[in-house]
Each structure stands twice: as structure tokens, then as C-alpha cells.
Design a protein. Structure first.
Length: 194
């Protein structure tokens, strides 16, 4: 049984893990069993194509900025026999670092609504789960965009890849939303002479 369909495996090999998609490149990373070529985990991330398409009214510069700074982790899969070994955590960290080096500032994934185990897994790795239908607001060079889970039975988990910001839940009269906020600067204690 093939873990990765042959056509996808050939495309991954041919393009070094990068596939052309609308608004940029998708990235595929794989983890193999030690001393073996068998793929035991795979991640697939790409620009949020649907969301960027919906930004057409805001113009090309906003769409390009969204394509540069936002990524959707479409798939993070670990073979059942390899779960609990840390390979998923290591692959997620490698994916995040790869995205960060490419200019990504915010990554999000969709998790089946109510899947507490997976939501906890992402939370322990720095992601903030949105409640079902809770919007995410992001400033992109003067334009503020809003997106949510799409009401398709999944909910978002969101993480900032910028060390100077974090994802925070804000309250408004219409309800809560997630946004990117500056991290508080650490306070350096001052020693005064006596």
C-alpha cells in the first residue's frame, strides 16, 4: 500500500517538496522511519487559496501580502504505528520553521469540530483554538481581513510564527474573535543604589 500516491510522490521528488498552486507554492515535508525509506508522516501547507481569492475586491497588493504572510496547514498526518513517538511534533516544528524562513507570519489549520484530543495537541504546541465560527482578524498592510472556519464542521487553530506577536482572543459587543497582538516586552528589573 502506498502512503503517498505515486503521482504526488513524483511531483514532490521533481520539485524538491514544492508544488505550484494559485498564489504561491505549496510545501510538502515528509518524515521517514529511521533506517528506512517508508514515509511515516507528511505535512502539506500552502497559501490559503480560497481566502486569497475572496480578497480580490481589496486588490492585488492585499492578495500578495496575504499570500506571503498567511499559510494554511492543510494536512499533518502520522502513520498510526508512529503516533506518540514525537514524529508529529518534530514534523510540525520543521514545517513551521520552513514557513517562517519563507516569510510566513501566521499559520492556521482546521481541526474536526469537537476533536478535543487534536485540539489539545495543537494547543500544547502554541496554537490558539478558535471556537466554531469564531472569526480571525488580521491586518495586512492597512487592510484588515476577517476569516473563519467556513461552517464546515471544522474549527481553526491559529499560531503566530513571528516572535514579536501572539494570537489573542478579543471580546467585542458582537462576540469574540482572534487577532494578532504584539507580545508584551519583558520587564527588566532595575537595581537602584542605596
Amino acid at each position: 500500500m502506498d502512503v503517498v500516491p505515486p503521482a504526488l510522490a513524483a511531483a514532490i521528488d521533481q520539485h524538491g517538496g514544492h508544488l505550484r498552486v494559485p498564489h504561491g507554492r505549496a510545501t510538502v515535508l515528509v518524515a521517514c522511519a529511521p533506517g528506512d525509506a517508508a514515509v511515516i508522516a507528511l505535512s502539506y501547507s500552502c497559501p490559503p487559496v480560497r481566502l486569497i481569492g475572496e480578497l480580490a475586491d481589496l486588490g492585488g497588493p492585499v492578495q500578495r501580502r496575504a499570500a506571503q504572510t498567511l499559510r494554511e496547514l492543510e494536512l499533518l498526518a502520522v502513520a498510526e504505528h508512529a503516533r506518540g513517538t514525537g514524529v508529529g511534533t518534530a514534523l510540525l516544528a520543521a514545517s513551521e520553521e520552513h514557513l517562517r524562513q519563507g516569510g510566513c507570519k501566521l499559520v492556521f489549520a482546521k481541526v474536526r469540530q469537537g476533536d478535543r484530543q487534536v485540539l489539545r495537541w495543537y494547543r500544547r504546541r502554541g496554537y490558539l483554538p478558535a471556537t466554531p465560527h469564531e472569526p480571525v482578524r488580521v491586518s495586512l498592510g492597512g487592510a484588515v481581513i476577517t476569516f473563519d472556519d467556513g461552517g464546515d464542521g471544522y474549527q481553526l487553530v491559529v499560531k503566530s510564527l513571528d516572535a514579536t506577536t501572539r494570537v489573542a482572543r478579543m471580546m467585542a459587543s458582537a462576540g469574540s474573535y482572534l487577532t494578532v497582538a504584539r507580545r508584551a516586552s519583558p520587564v527588566t528589573p532595575q537595581v537602584t543604589g542605596q
